[in-house]
Structures are given as structure tokens and as C-alpha cells.
Design a protein around this ligand. Structure first.
Ligand SMILES: [Zn+2]
Length: 105
């Protein structure tokens, strides 16, 4: 039995279509959890999930590092899009906690 490889946090929307096609063709046992940073990348990730059903799993949200650059209305738009697509993703950052190696702001 061939192993199945999962990339559980991939910014797939940042790759060109031909790069993704090459990736998916050359690694048939690869499944990708495709995160999004904003509405634009969420739309792209939803499109890719539709194109590669069962292999690309979309996640909706904003990148925590650029959260301050988005308006509240954008968050509602992302939530509505995610609900329509049946996507659930939680990605949060608690103030005061840092991942190892992160510098204090
Ligand atoms: Zn990331």
C-alpha cells in the first residue's frame, strides 16, 4: 500500500496553475490542506479544491500577521464564503503567546 502524504498547511494559492498541476501530477498520493490569507486567496483556494476534489482541502481565514490590515467587513465576507463552501478552519493567535523563535513586538 502506497503511503499518503499530507501537507497540512500550504499556501497553495500562491502557486501558479501550472506549478500546482505539476505538483499534483507528479505526487498522486499528495493531499493538501490549503490555507487562505484573505478573500482573494480564499476564492482561489475554493477553486483549487473544486478542481482537485479529495486532494485539496480549503481553509478560510486571515493570516494572523496581517490581521490588522483587514476590515471587519472582510471577515464577514470570508465567513459567509466559508459557510457556503462548508469550510471550517480555526487559526488564531493569543496575545502574549509566541511561537518559539518569534521576537517580542
Ligand atoms: Zn501559513
Amino acid at each position: 500500500m502506497e503511503p499518503i502524504y499530507y501537507d497540512i498547511h500550504c499556501h497553495l494559492a500562491e502557486f501558479a496553475d501550472n506549478e500546482i498541476e505539476q505538483m499534483m501530477t507528479s505526487m498522486p498520493n499528495l493531499k493538501v490542506v490549503a490555507v487562505s490569507d484573505d478573500i482573494r486567496s480564499l476564492n482561489r483556494v475554493l477553486d483549487l479544491a473544486s478542481r482537485y476534489q479529495g486532494r485539496v482541502f480549503p481553509c478560510a481565514g486571515f493570516h494572523p500577521w496581517s490581521l490588522k490590515d483587514h476590515q471587519l467587513e472582510e471577515a464577514w465576507q470570508v465567513i459567509r464564503l466559508a459557510e457556503r463552501a462548508g469550510v471550517v478552519c480555526i487559526n488564531y493567535r493569543v496575545h502574549g503567546l509566541r511561537r518559539s523563535g518569534e521576537q517580542e513586538e
